[in-house]
Design a protein. Sequence first.
Length: 463
Amino acid sequence: MVNENRTTPIPNKPDVKLNNSLAQRLHIKLDYDQLTNCMRCGFCLPACPTFRETGLEPESPRGRIALMKAVADGLMTPDQAFQDQMNHCLGCRACEPACPADVKYGQLIEQAREAIEDHAKHSIPVKGLRKMVFEGMFPHRGRLKVLGGTLAFYQKSGLRKIARHSGVMRMFPKHLAEMERILPNATSKGVVERIGTVYPAKGDVIARVALFRGCIMDVLFAETNVNTVKLLSEAGFEVVIPNEQVCCGALHAHSGEMELAKGLARTNVNVFKEAGIDYIVSNAGGCGALLVEYDHLLNDDMEHSALAKWFASRVIDVSELLHDHGRIPLFVESEESAFQPMTITYQDSCHLRNVMKSSDAPRQLMKQVANVNFIEMKEADRCCGSAGIYNVTQPEMANEILEHKMEHANRTQARYLLTSNPGCLLQMKLGVEKHGVNRQMEIKHIVDFLYERICHRDEVTNC
């Protein structure tokens, strides 16, 4: 393991005297090779959502890297403005495909945030909230089930109506009240509770795959998890769902809680290795992006590094697995598209496109549905402003980005806008509610849209 308390100079880093403890931590954490790889060419500027909104150099990947390097070189003290700038980044990583030098910006921003979090002076309430969320809730499946059950009771018992009509929601910040309105129905019964840990393939088995069920995914989008398994089964895959799997750690990593993320990763690589599978399937771009980089996350862990490489090499998005390796089912038209083509469009998950490098497979699958008219949305590859919990921590910037996104979505006049990530789905639902011209536009996960249109030959005779 790396000894972070060493005092000898770090290879490839300048030997500078740093009086500020955060500066010292950043000097240790930041990958200096990546900092110097940046050529300052500016190709990242038009790809960056915060730069596009503000036009400010520090709001760009190039600008943030320059700030990091200035601190690492001892030329700048990392004050509150520096910290705010690091946290203002969405982490969408659209700059990485645009970078001719292949700078690993995502790794740099996470290293910076980890160092910042190590020295953060949170208030007692914030400390308590972070500890409850990152340590007390997400790593524990049982507690997530309790959360799902509690939310379900709130939604179904009438308490939600009372809270909305009594004015109670006005006690919360506006953006949180808005998010509450678009939350889907929660549940305490996830995919394992509904269909078990093993689901057989239909027909000859192509491969044995494991579903990464996620944490919030299995509370707010459990039906999507179930549909994922059944869609994979239709395509010829035997699906296992290891019950001991835990949260992927993405929210931890993006929030500077890197050691907690590594702990979750260690559990997952061990659990999935024991499952005897060919692929590890993700249906959430945000989760998949960290899963596919477990090899980097655990690179310094001698005990788990080899296992992490094995794990990362098998992670694949559900659409890519279906399109590239499965027997694609016949997708028939729905009743609403029986008389005229139904218009659909697609919003890319940033992490699915920029990290997992999958953007074509979802589009190819959508185009195979009978009697649909696929319209490519302008700038579908641009971030919608969700970015994990960015729309909660940075609501002003998130809303500006979302408003521009909805301008493009509205122009498609689509009946359905599809996406491949739960955060994007919720953000786009909020966009339709706040900025939608066509309130009939429905936001769906691509898995749900496809599964609802599978031709079951034993049930339908005309397909």
